[in-house]
Design a protein around this ligand. Structure first.
Ligand code: 4AD
Ligand code: MG
Length: 477
C-alpha cells in the first residue's frame, strides 16, 4: 500500500521513488523548504524544492495557508528533526492563501485571537492536537462501552421535561416571539405551538436513558446537552457534550466502580494511541510553566498527571467528611476561601472542590451522600432521611467532572419529592411508570466531555476544547 498521509509517510524507513501528498503549507523557507501539514499528525513533512526547476510565479504562490499538491521522491533527510523528506518533482497550487490577510501567521498567536478565528484555528499545532485528542477520546468512550456490554442510546434533543429540575433550559418554539398566540390568562399558548406544548433543548438525557436501562439493562448516551445558565467561566458552556451511562440493578458503590474504571480506560487509550500529540501539548505546558514563579509551577507534567489518574485509586469521601475537612483546614494563611463553609447543607464552591483534590487528598476524589436539598429530585434518599446517594467526581485542575447518583426507585417517595418542588406528575407520568412496573435499583452518571478533554490536553479554558464554543457571549460561528 502506498502511504497516503503525512503520518504514514513519516513512518516510512525506505526510499519510495514516487509519493504524492496534498496539504496546507505551514512555512516556506529560503525558497526551498516547504513544511507541509495535512492534519494527520502534529508533524510536518519537509518538501525540498529545487527552485531552478520551477517558475517563479508558482513559487510565489507557496505561501502559509495555501493548499498544495506535491509529487516527488521520499528520501532520507539530511536535515535535523526528521528522518525522511520529499524531493519535489511536481508542485501544483490547489488554493492560494494571501499572506497579507491570512490570519494564522507562522508565529505564536494568543488563544483569545484564535477563538475569534475558530474556523481556522485547527491549522495550528495546539488546536489540531487538541481536536485529534477529542476525536480519540470519543472513540475510546464508545469502545469502552461496546466492550463492556452497553448499548448506545440516542436520547432526544427536543424534550418537554427538565431532567435536572433546575429551570436552566433553552425554549424551543415555532411561535412568532413578537406576536405569540395568548391564552385567556394572557400567557403564551403553547398548545398552538408545533409540538402542542412547551418544549426545550435537553439539559441531560438521563431520564430517557433510565427508561432504556430498565429494559436493555446497560445503556449510555453521548450527545449534546444545553444549559441556559449565565455562567461565564472557563468551565461552563451553553452547549456541551455529555456521556451518560445508566445501569439496572446497580447501586451507588457499583456506579463509583464503573465511573472510575471507565475514566481510567479512556485515559489509558489516549496514552497508548496519541503519544505525539500528548508530548507536544506537554512540552507547550512545560514552556508556559517555566514563565511562572516557582510556587505556581505544576509539580507534574501532563503525561505524569494522566498516568497518575490511571494508576491511583480515586479517594471516596462522604460530603459530611469533606465538610469537616473544609471547616478545619487552613488553606493558606494569607488567602482564605472566598466562601467559607460553616454549615452542613451548603453546596461546595469550585474553590472548595479544588482544595480537596489539589491540596488535601492530592488525587481524584469521589464525593458521595450529599444533602438532599442541594441535589436533583431523582436521587435515592438515604435512610437518614436527609442525604441522597449522589456522587460527584472531582479532578485536579478541573473540579467537578462527573455528576451521578443511584436513582429513587420507590414510587411513593419519588412522588413526594416531585410534589415538594412542584413538578406535576402528569409531566413525568412515563418516568413514574418505571417505578410502577418492575421497579429496581439503578444508577448512572454524567461525564462532561469537554471537561475530560480539558484534563486530557491540559487546556485551561473550555472554549478551547470544543470546535465552536457556545457561551453567553459567543455563538458567532
Ligand atoms: O452534574 P450534572 O448537571 O448532572 C446531570 O446532568 C445528570 N443528569 C447526569 C446523570 O446522572 N446522568 O452534569 C454532569 C456533568 C458535570 O459533572 C460536568 O462535568 C458537566 O456535566 N457539565 C458541564 N460542562 C460544561 N458546561 C456546563 N455548563 C456543564 N454543566 C454540567
Ligand atoms: Mg453536577
Amino acid at each position: 500500500m502506498q502511504p497516503k498521509t503525512i503520518s504514514e509517510l513519516l513512518s516510512q524507513n525506505t526510499v519510495i521513488p514516487e509519493v504524492e501528498i496534498k496539504g496546507w503549507v505551514r512555512t516556506f523557507r529560503a525558497n526551498r523548504f516547504i513544511a507541509l501539514n495535512d492534519g494527520s499528525t502534529i508533524n510536518n513533512i519537509q518538501c525540498v524544492v529545487d527552485f531552478e526547476k520551477f517558475d517563479e510565479a508558482t513559487l510565489k504562490r507557496v505561501t502559509t495557508g495555501a493548499a498544495v499538491h506535491i509529487k516527488g521522491e521520499l528520501v532520507e533527510s539530511q536535515g535535523k528533526g526528521q528522518s525522511v523528506e520529499i524531493q519535489v518533482a511536481n508542485l501544483e497550487i490547489l488554493g492560494d492563501s494571501d499572506p497579507e490577510t491570512y490570519p494564522i501567521q507562522p508565529k505564536k498567536h494568543s488563544f483569545e485571537f484564535l477563538r475569534e478565528n475558530a474556523h481556522l484555528r485547527t491549522r495550528t499545532n495546539t488546536f489540531s492536537a487538541v481536536m485529534r485528542l477529542r476525536s480519540s477520546l470519543s472513540f475510546a468512550i464508545h469502545k469502552y462501552f461496546n466492550e463492556n456490554g452497553f448499548y448506545y442510546m440516542h436520547s432526544p434533543i427536543i424534550t418537554g421535561s427538565d431532567a435536572e429540575g433546575a429551570g436552566e433550559m433553552f425554549k424551543v418554539s415555532s411561535l412568532d416571539p413578537k406576536n405569540p398566540p395568548l391564552t385567556e390568562e394572557g400567557k403564551v399558548d403553547y398548545t398552538k405551538d408545533f409540538f402542542g406544548k412547551e418544549t426545550n433543548l435537553t439539559v441531560s438525557g438521563q431520564l430517557e436513558a433510565e427508561t432504556y436501562a430498565m429494559s436493555l439493562g446497560k445503556v449510555y448516551t453521548f450527545g449534546p446537552t444545553f444549559r441556559a445558565e449565565n455562567s461565564n467561566t472557563s468551565r461552563h458552556l451553553a452547549e456541551f457534550w455529555m456521556i451518560e451511562p445508566e445501569v439496572a440493578f446497580m447501586d451507588l458503590a457499583g456506579n463509583m466502580d464503573l465511573a472510575e474504571e471507565f475514566m481510567k480506560s479512556v485515559i489509558k487509550y489516549i496514552l497508548e494511541h496519541n503519544r505525539e500529540d500528548l508530548e507536544f501539548l506537554d512540552k507547550r505546558l512545560q514552556d508556559e510553566d517555566k514563565k511562572k514563579p516557582q510556587a505556581e509551577r505544576s509539580d507534574m507534567t501532563l503525561i505524569e498527571k494522566l498516568n497518575f489518574v490511571t494508576d491511583n485509586h480515586f479517594k471516596r469521601v462522604s460530603y459530611t467528611e469533606a465538610i469537616d475537612i473544609l471547616r478545619n483546614c487552613k488553606p493558606n494563611k494569607k488567602k482564605k476561601f472566598k466562601y467559607l463553609i460553616n454549615e452542613w447543607g451548603t453546596d461546595l464552591q469550585s474553590e472548595h472542590e479544588r482544595y480537596l483534590v489539589e491540596k488535601h487528598f492530592k488525587c481524584p476524589v469521589i464525593l458521595f451522600d450529599y444533602p438532599a436539598n442541594i441535589k436533583a429530585f431523582y436521587m435515592r434518599l438515604n435512610d437518614d432521611g436527609k442525604t441522597v446517594r449522589a456522587m460527584d467526581i472531582l479532578f485536579p485542575g478541573i473540579g467537578e467532572i462527573v455528576g451521578g447518583a443511584q436513582r429513587e426507585e420507590r414510587l411513593d417517595i419519588l412522588k413526594e419529592k416531585m410534589a415538594a418542588i412542584n413538578i406535576p406528575e402528569e409531566e413525568l407520568w412515563w418516568y413514574l411508570d418505571l417505578r410502577k412496573f418492575g421497579t429496581a435499583v439503578h444508577s448512572g452518571f454524567g461525564l462532561g466531555f469537554e471537561r475530560l478533554v480539558m484534563f486530557a490536553t491540559g487546556m485551561s479554558n473550555i472554549r478551547d476544547v470544543i470546535p465552536f464554543p457556545r457561551t453567553p457571549q459567543n455563538a458567532e460561528f
